[in-house]
Design a protein around this ligand. Structure first.
Ligand code: FES
Ligand code: FES
Length: 158
């Protein structure tokens, strides 16, 4: 067992964890943050995407012990005073169907927009290439991310 200390969504967490525990399972089972979904557990679907020290990562590909000292953001951490503009845009553009991929998609989109506030369609598609969606055909998701970028840009100019 190892003691880890980390920050998730700005809040401190400290737990004893097994050296083999994956970060996704730490988040859901120990930190009780179940907004991050588990799909494949093998790095293929992107449902478990979170932001780890500023970068989008698949949390099933990282051990909980590797997050010692890290700063993480999960889907629970992006909404402040209501939905985040990316979440609103996913609803406005009908980019959610079953919702399984949605938290991971939104976190990949969030990481993209932090780095590149005005991405073109190719850049959006590249940012979500590790996130699989079985329902939407991706077009609405791409439109939602583009719409969110404009929405965030407009609110920053106010
Ligand atoms: S659950 Fe992590 S990539 Fe599928
Ligand atoms: S909305 Fe169902 S997998 Fe994307």
């Amino acid at each position: 067992m190892h003691r880890i200390k980390l920050k998730i969504n700005g809040k401190g967490f400290e737990h004893e964890v097994d050296s083999r525990l994956l970060l996704i399972h730490y988040l859901r089972e120990k930190a009780r943050l179940t907004g991050t979904h588990v799909g494949c557990d093998t790095g293929n679907c992107g449902a478990c995407t979170i932001i780890f020290n500023g970068k989008a990562v698949k949390s099933c590909m990282i051990l909980a012990v590797q997050a010692n000292g890290a700063e993480l953001t999960t889907i629970e951490g992006i909404a402040q005073n209501g939905f985040h503009p990316i979440q609103e845009s996913f609803m406005d553009k009908f980019a959610v169907q079953c919702g399984y991929c949605t938290p991971g998609m939104i976190m990949s989109a969030h990481a993209l927009l932090l780095e590149n506030p005005d991405p073109n369609e190719t850049e959006i598609r590249e940012a979500i290439e590790g996130n699989l969606c079985m329902c939407t055909g991706y077009q609405q998701i791409v439109e939602a991310i583009s719409h969110a970028a404009k929405k965030i840009g407009r609110s920053e100019k106010k």
